[in-house]
Design a protein around this ligand. Structure first.
Ligand SMILES: *Cc1c(COP(=O)(O)O)cnc(C)c1O
Ligand code: SF4
Length: 322
């Protein structure tokens, strides 16, 4: 298989959903984008295994809980111009597009991401860059989306060069799923498009050790070879990584791939994601058990978005001072 799975037909043909699920999955597919790359399909044994659960749509997505919200992080309230989210004084997000290589079933932006939405027009991108240029308190430009590595190397390189040319921008950060979900996109052209005179941090989203395939390891090593500092971000997900062993394996896999675990996110309550929820008390207990078992390098900060857009709050766990 060389093309991504983007339809219910293809999903069933690949044996990732039973024929009987078709009517419900058609409803899910109408509402939420779907894509499984060949790299990801190759890692799935069964649809409910730790990789399958992340990407294979499920009828449960049609059920919205009363506490679930379309914009759980309240990005819209902190957007000075289209495509920019400015919540903290020293850093801001830029979302040049809303397409991703894969569509995660638990995504907190699931009401917004998709293959044909959200590419900023040339004028919108100019307006966003003009905002960065006139906001000198911002030292860090964080490209997210969608997935910024879905841009062509030429476009991405042009955008990064414009940002890096601003004197007050000290560092660039990209949040991406590409190195694990579509490692073939990490090409020489992409590496060549990364600025060299300012630090580039790439924060890789991965939730299970199995996502660090040989291809993913090569893509990550290539990025690191191009001078990029690699960080890892994960979401604590029921049935994916909600055990001490799974978290230990995940963070150890990251370190082997030169990726420093940065954040472990509490799930944001986006619509139809309740099957992934892990209570905070359970998350704290898992991390408490992990402490001491793994290198301090493997330790991420466990964070939750505060409601109403207050930003990320560390959740502990905390220990008594003796
Ligand atoms: C998450 C986020 C950031 C980055 O926060 P860090 O704690 O620096 O990783 C920046 N801006 C917004 C709006 C965010 O949601
Ligand atoms: S790659 Fe990120 S933005 Fe895209 S669907 Fe997954 S979690 Fe959402």
């Amino acid at each position: 298989m060389t093309r991504p799975i983007t339809t219910v037909d293809a999903l069933i043909a690949a044996g990732l959903a039973p024929e009987a699920a078709r009517p419900a999955l058609d409803q899910v597919a109408k509402r939420y984008a779907m894509a499984l790359t060949p790299a990801v399909v190759g890692l799935i044994g069964t649809p409910d295994d730790p990789v399958g659960r992340q990407y294979v749509p499920d009828a449960a997505e049609l059920v919205t809980q009363p506490w679930e919200q379309d914009d759980p992080t309240a990005d819209a309230a902190f957007s000075p111009v289209k495509g920019v989210v400015h919540r903290y004084p020293d850093r801001a997000l830029l979302k040049p597009l809303l397409a991703c290589p894969v569509y995660c079933r638990f995504c907190f932006r699931r009401e917004h991401v998709g293959p044909d939405g959200g590419l900023l027009s040339a004028a919108e991108l100019e307006a966003a860059l003009a905002w960065f240029a006139r906001t000198p308190a911002v030292r860090e430009a964080i490209l997210t989306g969608g997935d910024p590595l879905m841009l062509s190397p030429r476009r991405l390189g042009g955008l990064l060069a414009r940002l890096a040319a601003l004197e007050h921008i000290e560092l660039l950060r990209l949040h991406t799923r590409v190195p694990v979900a579509a490692p073939g996109l990490v090409t020489e052209a992409l590496l060549g498009a990364l600025p060299r005179h300012k630090p580039v941090y790439v924060c890789v989203h991965a939730n299970h050790a199995r996502e660090f395939s040989a291809e993913a390891m090569r893509a990550l090593a290539a990025l690191q070879g191009a001078g990029v500092v690699l960080l890892g971000q994960s979401v604590l997900l029921a049935g994916v990584n909600d055990s001490v062993a799974a978290l230990e394996d995940l963070f150890r896999a990251m370190l082997r791939a030169r990726v420093k675990p940065y954040y472990l996110h509490q799930l944001d309550a986006a619509p139809g994601t309740a099957r992934f929820a892990v209570p905070v008390a359970r998350g704290r207990a898992l991390l408490r058990e992990l402490r001491g078992r793994v290198s301090g390098l493997a330790w991420p900060t466990y964070v939750q978005e505060s409601p109403g857009g207050g930003g990320k709050r560390p959740l502990g766990p905390a220990w008594e001072v003796s």
